[in-house]
Design a binder for this molecule. Structure first.
Ligand SMILES: O=c1ccn([C@@H]2O[C@H](COP(=O)(O)OP(=O)(O)O)[C@@H](O)[C@H]2O)c(=O)[nH]1
Ligand SMILES: O=C(O)[C@@H](COP(=O)(O)O)O[C@H]1O[C@H](CO)[C@@H](O)[C@H](O)[C@H]1O
Length: 310
């Protein structure tokens, strides 16, 4: 943890320390792709894409393309995102020869196959009150510090209706990921929000690492970027405040299984391609309580570079 604390002091930024005009100058001919994995985000994806286009393509030219990967949405996510100006791909239509798995990790992994940028920025599509500061903050360190390859977001995470400085969000982060980080990958313990969906990266750094499927992807990337590039190539940026849609506890419980599985896949000895975990679940049928089980399978996908040029 001493190393993590030293890293925290030198590799933690704030979004408002970056001047957009200076970033445009530093960008030169570097291309920037925003990549948004989206499943059933019709309520929020349009405003996010509209803000990206108006603020960061038209007004301040920091973003060159906006890609939404439609991850088996059942609502109008794809149409709304396209209407707002994003390039939309359905996850099944990207590198179709490798097949398709459910989950956020698959959508983020396949986004690498269609991005044209030198720098990528992953954003969640369920963020409420999204602002251009999210992108300015994430881009700043990468455009100004050549030694960095990966920048993770952090923020205050109030419960959806909670006051700004309260906590309440980040349940899997606080209850599952943080203890596992201390136990398995303590060098990452300086990251305030290790599961944050928002991050910026140099494309070459992620094209050469495997992606853990589903909700294990975020911590899986942290572990593999640390292994491949070292802590000094990673940074984090304070974006202030983030509000987003919160899932119910059953969904969070499955997410926790994926996060645990990602640690097993990426840190336990021995090479494994998948981890299957089962949990006991209970549900009511009428007045009766029923007992059942939920099995989650977490797999990893190979480095996208190996898929694009076998
Ligand atoms: O199978 C999935 C699950 C989630 N997501 C997207 O991944 C991001 C983060 O997922 P979610 O909001 O469910 O996670 P939370 O922030 O609630 O932990 C969002 O843009 C989702 O639309 C996705 O593309 N495919
Ligand atoms: O941080 C967390 O505990 C979870 C759940 O957040 P909430 O408890 O619903 O605020 O959300 C994060 O983790 C997910 C799994 O890595 C990511 O997919 C989300 O983008 C991220 O917000």
């Amino acid at each position: 943890m001493r190393d993590a604390a030293a890293w925290f002091d030198t590799h933690t930024y704030r979004f408002d320390q970056f001047d957009p005009a200076a970033l445009v100058a530093a960008k030169r001919d570097t291309r920037v792709s925003v990549l948004i994995p989206a499943r059933d985000e019709a309520a929020t994806v349009g405003a996010i894409v509209t803000t990206l286009r108006s603020e960061l393509m038209d007004r301040v030219p920091l973003v060159d393309e906006i890609i939404v990967i439609d991850s088996h949405s059942t609502d109008a996510t794809a149409d709304i995102a396209a209407e707002a100006g994003a390039t939309v791909f359905h996850v099944d239509e990207v590198v179709p020869h490798v097949g398709s798995r459910p989950g956020k990790g698959e959508a983020m992994w396949k986004a690498l196959a269609v991005m044209t940028g030198d720098i990528g920025i992953y954003l969640d599509a369920d963020v409420q009150e999204f602002t251009a500061d999210f992108v300015i903050g994430l881009l700043g360190p990468l455009l100004l510090e050549d030694d960095l390859v990966f920048v993770k977001a952090f923020y205050d995470r109030p419960w959806s209706s909670g006051p700004p400085r309260s906590s309440g969000g980040g349940r899997v982060t606080e209850l599952v990921a943080r203890p596992l980080i201390l136990d398995r990958t303590p060098l990452l313990s300086g990251f305030v929000q290790p599961l944050a969906g928002e991050c910026a990266f140099r494309a070459d750094a992620l094209l050469t690492i495997p992606f853990v499927s589903d909700y294990g992807v975020d911590i899986g990337l942290m572990i593999d970027v640390l292994r491949e590039h070292g802590l000094s190539a990673m940074a984090q940026v304070d974006l202030g405040l983030r509000r987003h849609r919160h899932q119910d506890l059953a969904a969070l419980s499955a997410m926790a299984q994926h996060v645990q599985a990602a640690f097993d896949l990426r840190t336990a000895p021995g090479v494994r391609e998948s981890v299957e975990s089962t949990a006991v679940v209970f549900h009511r049928e009428g007045t009766e309580m029923r007992m059942g089980e939920r099995t989650t399978t977490t797999v990893q996908r190979p480095p996208m570079r190996d898929v694009l040029s076998p």
